[in-house]
Structure formats: structure tokens, C-alpha cells
Design a protein around this ligand. Structure first.
Ligand code: ATP
Ligand code: MG
Length: 332
């Protein structure tokens, strides 16, 4: 993806120094009886991509809505680009861009006209708005579609125009709440490229996603939210490390032989694995890598357990997610 040419850089903001782009301290938010956030806290350094993961209802969208001033926290503090979300919401709004915010694209106008209109609304001159629209259409691979009415766009194209509208004026921080949900792989790749382009521009990105691989690839840091608090944070590698190193995964040819395989493995299979022999495969820790694998193979062979598959695996972010939240990854 070509670099985003942000030629409408706002004047330097005295409130923006070396402090984090986003800082959240002990934020609570309830909706009646539902305690959506219970002391959430984290920071995002400037120019970094922070992945926000968590099961359904964890509080991810609530957090993002508070940071983008669409909701007020009950208590705690949050700053975006150095501005307090409660005391200076107007300054926060000037510093951010959200997808979905401009979902009210005019269906009858073309992509280009929507972008120009948005530029004018943001105070650009007619000429500047047109120039900016041209640049963005090119960057978002929409030049050929730019003259057609948005009403006839595919979901992926619509998402791109939507995001482009938010970049008419360069933001400090961008919130992307599940930006690729429901997109086909090609459009998803387009959004990934966008995230990287934003990062290259020094723009901070907060990204929630139900695709853990996406968080793995794009994020500098990841926080995992569950039941309204942050339960883990670190780089994808650090989180994987905490979950435990490599695994050995064993799939008996006959699923009813899982119990027999566990007996053959003996102490190689920890209690937690033995306690739940319902699955058709067994994952055991492989602290010694290939040596663990060959020992497991020797024992299974001796016990006459035939295998469909056996192999060493590094934990994926899905494994991390499962082990720390007790839920399988992303949407369940
Ligand atoms: N406006 C609201 N009124 C009442 N309850 C709400 C409201 N918004 C969110 N909630 C509740 O707050 C909790 C957190 O919701 P939130 O949307 O932040 O979760 P999420 O992590 O974004 O989930 P998902 O992965 O499904 O998008 C949920 O229990 C949700 O039902
Ligand atoms: Mg959500």
C-alpha cells in the first residue's frame, strides 16, 4: 500500500508530548445492573498498534466508546493524545478517527463526492478537499470506483470509503472496532495494509478483532480484556511464552483410543489433560521439543496406539486466549 500522504497535518498540539497516545486508568462503566468495565487500565505508546482481545461482552466496544467520547466513564480517567475524555471531549474528537462513525455515507453520491463533502465539512477549501479526495481514492484503490454512487459498492469498498473519510484530516489515534469482521480475505488484506500504513505515519491504532491471527500479525502489544478488566498484556510472543512453550499434539487414528493413548503417555500428559479426555486429540507440553515428541511416539508405539497425526506446535494466540480466558478464540 502506498504511504498515506497526510498533507493536512494539524498544528503541533502542546498537550501532546512524550506521554502515551492513550492512557486508561481504573475505568468503571455500568449499564444498570451490567458492570461492563470494572477497573480497566492500559496504555498505548505513540505510533504503536494495540490489539484489544476478549470474549463477547468483555467490554472492548465499551472501552473504545469511552475513548472516543461516545460514552462517559462512571469513574477512572482516560486520556487520548493527552486530552481527558471527560474534561476535554472536543479536543479528543479532533485527535481521533473511528470507523463506522461515518457509516452515514450518502448513497446517492459517488465515493469521490462523499470524500470531498467530508473534506468541506472538516473545513478544507474546495481545492484542498478535491486534492485530498484524489489522494485517498488512490491510496484506497478506489480510483475506478470513485465516480460511481456509493449505493452500488460492495461491503469491502464501502468499508474503505468509510475509513478514507475518517482520514481526510490526519488523526492522532485511530480506533478500529472489528474492522475486518465479515470481509473477504482480499478486503481484509486491504485493511491490514491500512493499519500498517497508519503506523508508518506515526498514528496510534487501537484494534479489536475476532481474528486472533490478525492481532498476532498487526499488533505491537496486546491486551486481553475479560469481564471488564485487563487480564493479560504483552507482545504476542510474550503472551505465547506465558502460556507455555511448544506442545506436542497427538491424534489417535481411532478417537476411542484417546484414553489408551493417555495411559501410554504416562506422566508426559499432565493431570489437566487427563481430566478431559473428551476431545479426539491430546496436547501435551513439549519442554524438550523433538525429544518429547520422540519419547511420546516411542511410548504410543509400544502400547500399539495407531496415530492419524503427531507433531510439535508452537502455541497460537488462540491457545493463549483459551488458556487465559477459558473461552475459545474471538467470537464463540
Ligand atoms: N448500551 C448498553 N446497555 C446495556 N448493556 C450494555 C450496553 N452496551 C454494552 N452493554 C453490555 O456491556 C457488556 C460489555 O459490552 P461490549 O459491547 O463492550 O463488549 P465487547 O467486548 O465489545 O463484545 P463483542 O465481542 O460482542 O463485541 C456486555 O454485557 C453488554 O451486554
Ligand atoms: Mg464489541
Amino acid at each position: 500500500m502506498p504511504s498515506l500522504d497526510m498533507d493536512n497535518t494539524p498544528p503541533p498540539d502542546p498537550a501532546v508530548g512524550s506521554e502515551p497516545a492513550v492512557q486508561v486508568i481504573d475505568v468503571y462503566k455500568s449499564f444498570g445492573e451490567v458492570h461492563a468495565l470494572r477497573g480497566v487500565g492500559f496504555t498505548a505508546t505513540r505510533g504503536s498498534v494495540l490489539g484489544i482481545l476478549g470474549p463477547n461482552g468483555a467490554g472492548k466496544t465499551t472501552t473504545i466508546k469511552i475513548l472516543s467520547t461516545l460514552l462517559r466513564p462512571d469513574s477512572g480517567t482516560a486520556t487520548v493524545a493527552g486530552h481527558d475524555v471527560v474534561h476535554n471531549p472536543a479536543a479528543v474528537r479532533r485527535s481521533i478517527m473511528m470507523t463506522g462513525q461515518y457509516a452515514a455515507l450518502d448513497e446517492n453520491l459517488s465515493g469521490r463526492e462523499n470524500l470531498e463533502l467530508f473534506g468541506r465539512l472538516m473545513g478544507l477549501s474546495k481545492k484542498a478537499a478535491r486534492r485530498r479526495a484524489d489522494t485517498l481514492l488512490e491510496e484506497f484503490d478506489l480510483v475506478s470506483a470513485g465516480r460511481r454512487a456509493v449505493g452500488g459498492y460492495s461491503g469491502g469498498m464501502r468499508r474503505r470509503v468509510d475509513i478514507a473519510c475518517g482520514l481526510v484530516v490526519r488523526p492522532e489515534v485511530v480506533f478500529l472496532d472489528e474492522p475486518t469482521t465479515g470481509l473477504d480475505p482480499r478486503s481484509r488484506q486491504g485493511v491490514w495494509n491500512l493499519v500498517n500504513a497508519l503506523k508508518q505515519q506515526g498514528i496510534t491504532v487501537l484494534l479489536t478483532t475476532q481474528y486472533l491471527e490478525e492481532a498476532d500479525v498487526l499488533s505491537d502489544n496486546i491486551i486481553v480484556i475479560d469481564r471488564g478488566t485487563v487480564i493479560a498484556e504483552g507482545t504476542a510472543d510474550e503472551l505465547k511464552e506465558k502460556t507455555g512453550g511448544s506442545y506436542c499434539e497427538i491424534v489417535p487414528l481411532d478417537p476411542s483410543k484417546v484414553r489408551a493413548a493417555l495411559d501410554a503417555l504416562g506422566e508426559l500428559a499432565p493431570e489437566t489433560v487427563r481430566a478431559d479426555p473428551s476431545a479426539d486429540r491430546i496436547s501435551i507440553p513439549a519442554p524438550d521439543g523433538a525429544a518429547t515428541l520422540s519419547e511420546a511416539l516411542r511410548r504410543l508405539d509400544a502400547a500399539g496406539v495407531e496415530l492419524a497425526d503427531i507433531g510439535l506446535r508452537r502455541p497460537s494466540l488462540d491457545d493463549v486466549f483459551l488458556s487465559i480466558t477459558g473461552h475459545s478464540g474471538g467470537q464463540q
